[in-house]
Design a protein around this ligand. Sequence first.
Ligand code: ADP
Ligand code: MG
Length: 248
Amino acid sequence: MASNTDFLLAVENLTVSFDGFKAVDDLSFYVDENEIRVIIGPNGAGKTTVLDLICGRTRATGGSIRFHNREITALKEHEIVRAGIGRKFQNPSIYEDLTVFENLEISYPRGRTVLGSLAFKRDAEVRDRVQQVAETIFLAPQLATRAEYLSHGQKQWLEIGMLLIQDPELLMLDEPVAGMSVAERKKTAELLHQIIRDRSVIVIEHDMKFVEDIAHKVTVLHQGKILSEGPMAQVKADPKVIEVYLGH
Ligand code: ADP
Ligand code: MG
């Protein structure tokens, strides 16, 4: 058995093979508490597959994924969510015909309160939490707005809010700022810096300016393996990274 670790997430020798093709190949990396980790790399490098493996959507062929030292590699998707890992996909999955308030409200975890039978108490608790999350995602003024009327960027924030309301300890975001305006990207960076006070975040991203704004550490993937890893300044100067990715 692997030794204990202080890391929030420990991925070791993770491998997945699709019909003999190794999309993720003997990959090891470690994420700290309160860390923003960014994964970059060319298309097809295996970035999305890594998130699929961590959230249980894809089964590993080999290796291990530990969260708080607990082996989660064989858990089902909903068990991994319950363990405290939230995942946002590339396309926002919000309810267009519901308001911002309602979208957040239905994402609030059920059975969280001890006094679950006291409906009015739960209502107040949910309302407070919805308000709090709406402020974090810059949508407090839009609580009564139907989601279909939000901008593309606001929809992305709403989906992040729908995950935040479940209070995950690890939040994984696949290309969250794709299609966002420069101003929205800046605010998203602010948002991430704020939410990691209570959690860690793994972000897949292509926008290098955004990556510089948010990353504590960058992991560069190439053909399912780590090409380079470290602070952005170090990774950016790595000739291997320039050759395979940044030079294009
Ligand atoms: P990235 O997100 O870095 O662009 P992906 O993780 O989506 O890359 O894909 C990595 C490689 O694995 C690609 O070659 C892709 O075609 C392949 N792949 C991903 N998922 C599957 C799957 N379910 N079955 C077969 N091949 C897959
Ligand atoms: Mg991808």
